[in-house]
Write a protein that binds this ligand. Sequence first.
Ligand code: SAM
Length: 222
Amino acid sequence: MQDERWNEVDDYFCRQLVPQDAALEAALADSAAAGLPAINVAPNQGKFLNLLARIHGARRILEIGTLGGYSTIWLARALPENGRLVTLEYEPRHVEVAAANLARAGVAGKVDIIQGAAADSLQRLIDDGAAPFDLVFIDADKPNNPVYLELALRLSRPGTVIVGDNVVRAGEVANPANPDPAIVGTRRFIELMGGHPRLSATAIQTVGGKGYDGFALAIVEG
Ligand code: SAM
């Protein structure tokens, strides 16, 4: 589902509110040249994540799903000088492209990219006693979203903000009969957020250059 007006409005918002940036543009260009899929957040969504992290005063950010590091750059730029971002990515090629993009953007010194299956990496962070994160951005394989949410909660503190991307699935999130593992995982993710005693959450549908989509937003309350 796509409407030309959504592109026009996104273009207008980006022109007015999200100035062009050489490092971000190069990150997208090099990701495309390396054959990575164009499933990064849109520029205005990247800026939204950046603003959210700054509004929240995040000093430690966890990202699940790095791709070429586009959203990582937006989030890392929100950090104070001594801030830290940990980003988890399964594909070694994506890690390689992201590392170069983060270095060019001047944020590599604040970012740890951990290659491997995110569930394993999260468990290792828990086992190693990693300090809690202030903001978690979940944007990897959707069937595992419930697993990521449970593990992310173990790396959270009261006040941690959790964002889950791509929760609309072309509207199929509202269809309990759809057996697609991404839909089942997203529904379980939303239901976990809704029923979890430690979480207060909402979800918002969006339209834009990336089509019809949406995100879930939660805060850890206890
Ligand atoms: N956050 C990125 C951005 O906006 O620029 C986009 C991330 S993309 C939607 C999802 C990423 O998750 C892909 O790079 C994919 O390789 C990675 N991924 C998929 N399954 C994974 C897993 N089990 N563990 C870690 N990363 C995984």
